[in-house]
Design a protein around this ligand. Structure first.
Ligand SMILES: *[C@@H]1O[C@H](CO)[C@@H](O)[C@H](O)[C@H]1NC(C)=O
Ligand SMILES: *[C@@H]1O[C@H](CO)[C@@H](O)[C@H](O)[C@H]1NC(C)=O
Length: 591
């Protein structure tokens, strides 16, 4: 026990030592050395609080909720000096402007940054509002003339805006609590050529980069202007082109917002909006952040679906979502309810915050006594309870979304008395299957085995989940994309190598996958058979006593016309069938 503790503390000091700037790691974010998907939220009002204890309370609540990223307003522009006691950051006047670095000015931001540093929360700070709240571009045009559309090219406005940026950035240039600098909140240029915002974003991001080589920079736009559909948000009329702006060198990730109610589209619009942005981000090789989203009715059900849709694309371009907006009980009372507010401690918060953030990786920073004990415990637990078997279901949408055969399989294990020594592991959460079950998994919708290998996705999943048993059902999407059995088995082989690097005695169950008969691929049925036929020979060649491979036949007796709705994904009957094929091999592997 003593040596374990010493080792645990060693691990801990290593972890606390690696404080670094958040960054992009391909299409995913990396915070404090961990690459993954991160949940967060927005609070515009926190920047204008005058009571430090209220700031600390909010950040405490964010920390305990597991929310890692907080987006705040970094601007508060006025055209005349307010009465004392009112917070303002910049006075804009043609006769001479002033940046307020006093106690009712940028020192308010200083306190938030300090509080965030202490709690491992990362901040997105933006420099100007497109909207007139807290001044915005309007405050600049009031001082310097012109229209909001002209703001992006107004020399005097831009000169002062850059001075303001320099004032803010210089204060926190070395802070690990800055997630990213953001050029504006929801910049639009109605009826303008999309070059206007593109050129402005290029110029300003270059400028920010010249001041700060380390922190990420992003635009803060709503993601308007995108190929894929013709509804209002996809159009270019607000002057932004999402894919084009992703090409700006010093913008490190893409942002988009989502308010179907405001945009005249149904809530079901959300999944496609997320998918299309993720695809653009993937193409650009930068992460996507769903930076604001909200509905004012049925918040839990609607937004839970959006969060799941975003997480499902965690390796396909999406790396974070920040709901709008955080609500809390301050010394002055409840914070502003604009109809979208999710209050700390409410049932909506349990649904959209607690449940959601527990699946985002590494949400707890390693500071303070309680996290310290947690860190020690997570380290010790696998050693003390050796009998616990960690099981990873690895695959595509057949396994993950919703993959209700895993729920049925879990229930069968319970019925068989295997009730307390299994744990299903993976970065994706259980989806609704009608009853609670242990449903963490690595079933990534749309994924190919060859892609898992080319993008080296599995080592990260393994090091987080640390499985003792892997059940793998993969190849459907490879077959659909006409990858040959040879290519797929090479990928299988690499995956097995990674699994054994993760744990030398890992037990590996490999499915002969279920048949498929999608309308757009008549040859797929035969291709599945060709793959399945090659699996046993491959498995025997790769087998070892220390880390046995078991081939699991899920193909025989699976009838696509009866057991799927679309020729590919199992329906209830298909889920029963899949639970059945896995059950016995899994029980043997557990024992
Ligand atoms: C489950 O746990 C209890 C108490 O921790 C133990 O007595 C029992 O033997 C365990 N059952 C199985 C099937 O492991
Ligand atoms: C691998 O070896 C184990 C025994 O160590 C055996 O039970 C299993 O059937 C073998 N798997 C294959 C695919 O040959």
């Amino acid at each position: 026990m003593k040596s374990i503790l010493a080792l645990g503390l060693g691990l801990l000091s290593l972890a606390t030592a690696q404080t670094s700037f958040p960054k992009a790691d391909g299409t995913r974010f990396n915070i404090d050395g961990k690459t993954g998907y991160f949940a967060g939220t927005n609070s515009y009002w926190i920047s204008f609080l005058t009571n430090n204890r209220d700031v600390d309370l909010v950040l405490d609540h964010l920390q305990t909720s597991g929310l890692k990223i907080l987006r705040i307003w970094g601007f508060n522009d006025v055209n005349s000096r307010p009465n004392s006691g009112t917070v303002w950051f910049q006075l804009l006047q043609s006769s001479g402007s002033q940046i307020n670095t006093g106690a009712d000015g940028l020192q308010r931001l200083d306190y938030i940054v300090k509080s965030a540093e202490q709690r491992g929360v990362k901040l997105i700070i933006n420099f100007v509002n497109y909207w007139d709240d807290y001044g915005g571009m309007k405050a600049y045009t009031t001082a310097f003339g012109g229209s909001k559309e002209g703001w992006y090219t107004n020399a005097r406005a831009q000169e002062q805006y850059k001075k303001y940026i320099a004032a803010v950035v210089s204060r926190y240039v070395n802070s690990p609590a800055i997630f990213a600098w953001e050029l504006a909140n929801e910049p639009r240029c109605k009826g303008c050529n999309t070059d206007v915002i593109f050129k402005w974003a290029t110029d300003i991001s270059n400028y920010v980069r010249s001041l700060d080589p380390n922190h990420m920079i992003t635009l803060g736009d709503e993601g308007f202007g995108l190929a894929g559909a013709t509804t209002y948000p996809y159009q270019y009329g607000e002057g932004t082109d999402f894919a084009k702006n992703l090409g700006v060198k010093n913008l490190d990730f893409g942002t988009f917002h989502m308010y179907p109610q405001h945009w005249g589209v149904p809530n079901s619009f959300g999944a496609g909006w997320i998918r299309d942005h993720a695809a653009a981000c993937k193409k650009a090789g930068k992460p996507c952040m769903l930076e604001e989203y909200g509905v004012s009715t049925d918040q839990c059900n609607v937004q839970k679906g959006w969060q799941a849709a975003s997480r499902q694309l965690a390796t396909e371009g999406m790396s974070s979502d920040l709901f709008w907006q955080w609500g809390d009980q301050l010394s002055s009372g409840r914070t502003h309810n604009d109809g979208f507010t999710i209050y700390y401690g409410s049932s909506q918060a349990t649904c959209l915050v607690t449940d959601h953030s527990t699946v985002a990786m590494f949400s707890k920073p390693l500071t303070g006594l309680v996290p310290l004990l947690c860190a020690l415990l997570t380290f010790i637990t696998p050693i003390m309870s050796q009998s616990q078997v960690r099981i990873m279901a690895l695959g595509d949408s057949i396994t993950g979304s919703p993959g209700c055969w895993r729920a049925l399989l879990y229930r069968r294990l319970q019925t068989a008395g295997i009730t307390n020594n299994t744990k299903f592991v993976g970065s994706l959460p259980a989806q609704g299957c009608g009853f609670p079950y242990d449903g963490a998994n690595e079933g990534h919708g749309g994924i190919l085995a060859t892609q898992i290998v080319s993008q080296k996705l599995l080592p990260g999943w393994l090091s987080s989940a640390k499985p003792d048993v892997v059940m793998m059902h993969l190849g459907t999407n490879d077959v659909w994309n006409n990858r040959s059995p040879e290519e797929i088995l090479v990928a299988y082989g690499q995956m097995v190598d990674w699994m054994r690097e993760s744990k030398a005695s890992i037990k590996i169950l490999v499915a002969q996958i279920i048949p498929m008969n999608p309308p757009n691929c008549r040859e797929c049925g035969q291709r599945v058979q060709n793959l399945n036929k090659a699996i046993p020979g491959w498995a025997a060649g790769k087998n070892s006593t220390e880390s046995p491979i078991t081939v699991v036949d899920c193909w025989t007796g699976f009838d696509t016309s009866r057991m799927t709705g679309d020729g590919v994904h199992p329906n209830n009957a298909g889920n029963e069938k899949l639970a059945g094929c896995w059950f016995e091999p899994l029980v043997k592997a557990i024992k």
